[in-house]
Design a protein around this ligand. Sequence first.
Ligand SMILES: Nc1ncnc2c1ncn2[C@@H]1O[C@H](COP(=O)(O)OP(=O)(O)O)[C@@H](O)[C@H]1O
Ligand SMILES: [Mg+2]
Length: 260
Amino acid sequence: MGSAAKIITFGISKGGCSKSTTSGITAKLLSANKKVLCIDMDGQGNLTSFLTGEYDICNVFENKTVLEVIKEENAKPYIVNLTENLDLIPSNDFLATLPRVMYQEKKGLNVLTKALEPVINDYDYIIIDTPPNLGEQTVLSLSTYSPAGSYAVIMFDGSMFCYYAIPKFMDIIREARNRHNNKLELAGILFAIIDGRAKENNAMTEIIDEEYPGVRFNNIIRRKAATRRLPINGFEDNKELSSALEYYIPFVKELEERVQ
Ligand SMILES: Nc1ncnc2c1ncn2[C@@H]1O[C@H](COP(=O)(O)OP(=O)(O)O)[C@@H](O)[C@H]1O
Ligand SMILES: [Mg+2]
């Protein structure tokens, strides 16, 4: 392979905006013809469960998570192979101790950059899912540098609460860029779980376009039962898979163009 992976982090400091669903589906779709490593930076482990089908994450991934990667500053021993082109660094509830680990072991915000160095040339993309807050896990993710570029996708569910979270997330991006990661860029704001019948969403797209011209992804992820059921039905032998992925296929194309 040779060249380094592009890092794409999905985030917003609000829960239920499709961060985990979107990072999982994006990784899966990219892995059709690219080498992809997912990193679960949320202790809820939703991305881990989504991609592995494993819900007993505390036991199954005990001492085999991104927390150990950070402690040992080496990703390599903790990479789980899922399919030919898709790998995962899992998380579980013990990630809640990350701030204490970072403080006690005097880890800097470049720790994930260091930990990924041995493997960064093995992938085309590294996809990071983050928790719904602007704490250590999110800042650490955004601070992770790649010579090929790091990108943030801001997830937006069209709600008022989420609208006010956007400028805060942009501040965190700016901070991370200035302090640790001069290659960090905003890939865009992605509208997700959007209900076609909710009229206020049209107003929201107009507001976002006016405030942040050109930032919004043209593709919008609409609310779909088949997408919601994907963690139940999985990606194999799923009769409604193409319906579940309908809005994601053009989005992932647009994302790849934006991070060129
Ligand atoms: N496009 C969609 N249509 C319907 N439900 C969705 C869609 N995307 C995500 N969901 C559901 O919405 C909920 C929140 O999604 P999730 O990915 O867990 O968000 P977050 O990681 O931001 O908290 C989950 O139950 C998920 O299955
Ligand atoms: Mg999540």
